[in-house]
Design a protein around this ligand. Structure first.
Ligand SMILES: Cc1cc2nc3c(=O)[nH]c(=O)nc-3n(C[C@H](O)[C@H](O)[C@H](O)COP(=O)(O)OP(=O)(O)OC[C@H]3O[C@@H](n4cnc5c(N)ncnc54)[C@H](O)[C@@H]3O)c2cc1C
Length: 433
């Protein structure tokens, strides 16, 4: 049953550009556009910047380089070297939140937390207003241009763009994980044991034994490990929940509760079986579930597996990336073997990368909307490469710049000059062919 409401919704904010979602993609977009002097409003449902990179406790940045070229220059460089001068890849989440806040404040972008996108109003085919649920009810934001940085493509889909989710055959999804922060371990001892390598047969044997004894309630042999992120804490990417529909609040709620129970089991497992973890404790879990796979909004072009394998170049290229295809398997040992083979076989050699065309940021059926981050238009295997944080900085920066050019020329992002976009991106340090 549907209900119909006749509502007066206050128009509370106007902006040149409204970016929805303050994850790595949305922040890169907002900072880039605000630095060009545009009035940018960045609207976020939670109360912190960074999306999964902070709220989910993701342990580390994936690659910024291809071994020869720095692929994420501009915003990406400011983040990785802003966090620590040597450009180490681990993520100190509190430092990263502070850095995001600093870059946003210095850029002049206005940031609203506690505001979840609920719906949009279109007029003459363009998004006129976006409506958010805030602490005191619904309010509207009017803007000339919009960017979808929700990670889930929520803005684009509410505005009528088509999307794909999961495998084309049956909607199979990568598992989600509630990541966790641990302390009280001896990491040197851990590195000598089986747990740091999730393919170590001894680790697989221990997991199987614990499952047989009922100490672990779920059979899962894919443990990507625990990685130090500060002098006293390590972030753990362990525990999977399967087939979680990221667009359904009930499925997400059940999954987060289930994963929290699993983490209790893993804490006991590590203390009992893993050298160095005898006295370890979980001191925090992610404030949101780490959803690996969500909607891919169909764009003017879809980046294909063949493009990836061909290391393709494009005339409208906005950047290049190289992370292997990392599709987390759905349960079982067979899945792990297939994952291992795919990950290894799609590893690029030094200096190799694939092009990212601008058209994958242009959702179908829209005239004033861009996407960035993990919801851009890709085939599923390419999503499993382009979803990682450094790549989200590349697409975010390009989306922010493209929206700026659209504002400056009073045209749609669909119509901006690709030559001008690329020459402005070059000034920011972007790398492309
Ligand atoms: C378990 C897990 C482990 C990972 N490990 C790594 C890793 O080790 N290294 C790496 O580089 N990458 C890793 N990733 C991938 C990476 O973290 C994400 O893909 C990346 O953060 C995506 O960035 P994004 O900006 O597209 O979206 P997100 O990070 O998802 O940010 C989206 C933002 O939009 C907000 N939002 C969503 N809907 C709304 C709405 N309706 N209204 C307002 N705001 C909204 C969200 O609150 C969030 O802040 C991992 C991902 C997961 C799930």
């Amino acid at each position: 049953m549907n209900i119909r409401l006749d509502l007066d919704i206050p128009l509370k904010y106007t902006a040149d550009l409204c970016v929805v979602g303050a994850g790595p993609g949305g922040i890169a977009a907002a900072v880039t556009a605000a630095r060009r002097g545009h009035h940018v409003l960045l609207v976020e449902s939670s109360a912190l910047p960074g999306g999964l990179s902070t709220a989910s406790l993701v342990p580390m940045f994936m690659s910024f380089t291809d071994g020869e070229h720095f692929l994420c220059d501009g915003f990406g460089r400011e983040i990785i070297y802003g966090l620590n001068a040597s450009g180490r890849s681990e993520i100190d989440h509190e430092k990263l939140k502070l850095l995001y806040e600093k870059l946003l404040a210095e850029s002049g972008a206005e940031v609203l937390y506690y505001s979840r996108l609920a719906t949009v109003r279109k007029e003459d085919g363009r998004i006129a207003q976006a409506v958010f649920a805030g602490p005191s009810g619904l309010f509207a934001v009017e803007a000339t241009q919009f960017i979808d940085g929700t990670g889930d493509g929520t803005l684009a889909v509410l505005a009528g763009s088509p999307f794909d989710l999961g495998t084309p055959e049956g909607g199979e999804l990568m598992p989600a994980s509630l990541l966790s922060l641990w302390t009280g371990y001896d990491y040197d001892k851990y590195l000598l044991g089986p747990a740091h390598n999730h393919r170590d047969p001894e680790m697989l044997r221990l997991l199987e034994e614990a499952y047989r004894k009922g100490e672990l309630s779920q059979e899962d042999y894919h443990h990507t490990g625990i990685f130090p992120v500060t002098e006293v804490s390590a972030a753990a990417n362990i525990g999977h929940v399967y087939q979680v529909d990221p667009t359904d609040e009930k499925a997400l709620s059940d999954a987060v509760r289930h994963n929290r129970v699993l983490l209790g089991e893993y804490e006991r497992f590590y203390r009992k079986y893993i050298p160095g973890f005898e006295r370890a404790r979980i001191i925090a879990t992610g404030s949101v579930l780490g959803v690996r796979e969500s909607r891919r909004v169909r764009g003017a072009y879809t980046l294909t597996l063949q493009d990836y394998l061909n290391r393709a170049s494009f005339e409208d290229e906005i950047g290049r990336y190289n992370f292997p295809i990392d599709i987390h398997p759905s349960r079982g040992k067979a899945g792990i073997e297939a994952h291992k083979r795919q990950f290894a076989s799609t590893h690029f050699a030094k200096g190799e990368s694939y092009g990212i065309p601008y058209r994958i940021l242009l959702p179908q059926n829209q005239t004033n909307l861009l996407t960035c981050g993990r919801c851009v238009s890709t085939e599923r295997p390419v999503y499993a490469s382009l979803r990682v944080i450094p790549a989200c900085y590349i697409t975010g920066q390009a989306a922010g710049l493209a929206a700026s050019l659209a504002l400056e020329h009073h045209i749609s992002p669909n119509d901006i000059s690709r030559t001008e976009l690329r020459s402005e991106l070059l000034k920011l340090g972007a790398f492309f062919h």
